[in-house]
Design a protein around this ligand. Structure first.
Ligand SMILES: NC(=O)c1ccc[n+]([C@@H]2O[C@H](COP(=O)([O-])OP(=O)(O)OC[C@H]3O[C@@H](n4cnc5c(N)ncnc54)[C@H](O)[C@@H]3O)[C@@H](O)[C@H]2O)c1
Ligand SMILES: O=C(O)C(=O)C[C@@H](O)[C@H](O)[C@H](O)COP(=O)(O)O
Ligand SMILES: [Zn+2]
Length: 352
């Protein structure tokens, strides 16, 4: 098993090994009082892995309740959040009782936000079941729901007590969800690791689950350790997300997060290249890698429309929004851009 320590204010481990799901109960009981646990999942994941998770928790002494909601980004919303905290209340959850997020990033962000806010904070455990949630969203304590006009607009920082990652759960992932996860892996490599970029160029991610997940978690852990509350360096993890989140919002949350981030990464890299801030080889290496993983690199949404939607970005301070710009594979920087200049940047990035 690989165990990656996350050195946050409340430190915890990301445990990665096939078969770990059956160990959920004992590992949870070692960290949390084995009282009540709310298993939160969506209606695609629960039938696959919910009963095994519940059985393991029950054997370890937890009294398990269940909240299962319709899959998809549209459920990462205030109405679903309200229903979840109401379920905690109706089932008499009190301080020290726990929440278990079994699913992808939608489940994790929603369950984490309920755990952060119900009774001003319950402990929770992340059990990621998508590649995207294994490499990114289950780690770092960003929890949130969307508003109709903006991504992750209502949220809190709340670190999990444990991330239990069982890569064998990824075997049932549809190909499109595998691709979405690869977008965040490519982000991580473009941002911080030329060796990871090379490794996933030479061998498909699917042949190296455990090592790729551990590599991404270690990189993310380093950003969290240095800037847990996203006031500076951690904002680099938003590479591709300024445009990506705007695409998600204007599409009414029909374009998946990974695909949107893929388009966002190419846009900022093209813009950086056009303005002489990165070499054309960096852009072509990125475009080739995204294409090799079947990820999109273009959109019909206009620069003007996406610049307007990007005003909702939480990185914005007044009239300035920092863009994350690649300088080379494994190196990026934050560039403060006046919001009035965003459409030009996006046009330089190839948008209409
Ligand atoms: N908190 C963070 O730091 C962070 C980081 C990155 C992304 N996110 C958020 O994560 C969300 C995207 O997460 P996602 O891509 O995991 O989406 P998701 O949770 O919607 O999962 C994608 C689809 O895969 C299905 N699925 C999940 N696991 C499966 C499995 N093992 N087998 C078969 N089907 C399975 C789900 O039911 C869903 O239909 C976005 O809301 C994004 O904003 C958050
Ligand atoms: O953990 C982070 O920090 C990230 O930025 C990771 C992103 O991949 C993730 O999509 C995150 O939810 C975006 O955060 P936000 O602060 O822009 O909502
Ligand atoms: Zn993301």
């Amino acid at each position: 098993m690989t165990a990656v320590p996350i050195q946050a204010l409340h430190p915890y481990e990301v445990c990665i090994a096939p078969g770990l799901l059956s160990d959920l109960g004992p590992r949870a009981a070692a960290l949390l009082p084995p009282r009540r646990a709310m298993l939160v999942s969506d209606d695609r994941v629960y039938p696959l892995y919910g009963p095994a998770a519940e059985a393991s928790l029950t054997r370890a002494g937890f009294r398990v309740s269940r909240f299962v909601f319709p899959h998809g980004e549209k459920s990462k919303s205030l109405p679903t959040y309200t229903a979840l905290v109401q379920a905690l209340f109706d089932n008499d959850f009190t301080g020290g009782d726990s929440v278990i997020a079994l699913g992808g990033g939608v489940v994790g962000d929603l369950a984490g936000f309920a755990a952060a806010t119900y009774h001003r904070g319950l402990p929770y455990i992340q059990v990621p079941t998508t590649l995207l949630s294994a490499v990114d969203s289950s780690v770092g304590g960003k929890t949130a729901v969307n508003l109709p006009g903006g991504k992750n607009q209502v949220g809190a920082f709340h670190q999990p007590a444990l991330v239990l990652c069982d890569p064998s759960l990824l075997e049932t992932l549809p190909p499109a969800e595998y691709q979405n996860g690869c977008a965040e892996i490519i982000k991580c490599a473009l941002l911080q690791s030329e060796p990871l970029f090379r490794a996933i160029t030479e061998n498909p991610v699917s042949r190296q689950w455990e090592s790729v997940i551990a590599a991404c978690v270690e990189i993310k852990g380093d950003f969290i350790q240095s800037d847990e509350f996203d006031t500076g360096r951690r904002r680099l993890l938003n590479l591709g997300h300024t445009v990506g989140h705007a695409i998600e919002a204007v599409s009414g949350y029909t374009v998946p997060h990974g695909s949107a981030v893929s388009i966002g990464m190419v846009t900022v890299t093209r813009a950086a290249c056009r303005r002489g801030l990165c070499a054309p080889e960096t852009l072509s290496a990125l475009e080739n890698l995204l294409a090799a993983y079947g990820l999109p690199t273009a959109t019909d949404y206009t620069a003007q429309a996406l610049a307007a939607a990007a005003l909702a970005d939480k990185k914005r301070r007044g009239d300035t929004l920092p863009l994350v710009l690649p300088e080379a594979i494994g190196r990026c920087r934050l560039e403060p851009v006046p919001v009035g200049e965003l459409p030009d940047w996006f046009r330089d990035g190839g948008l209409l």
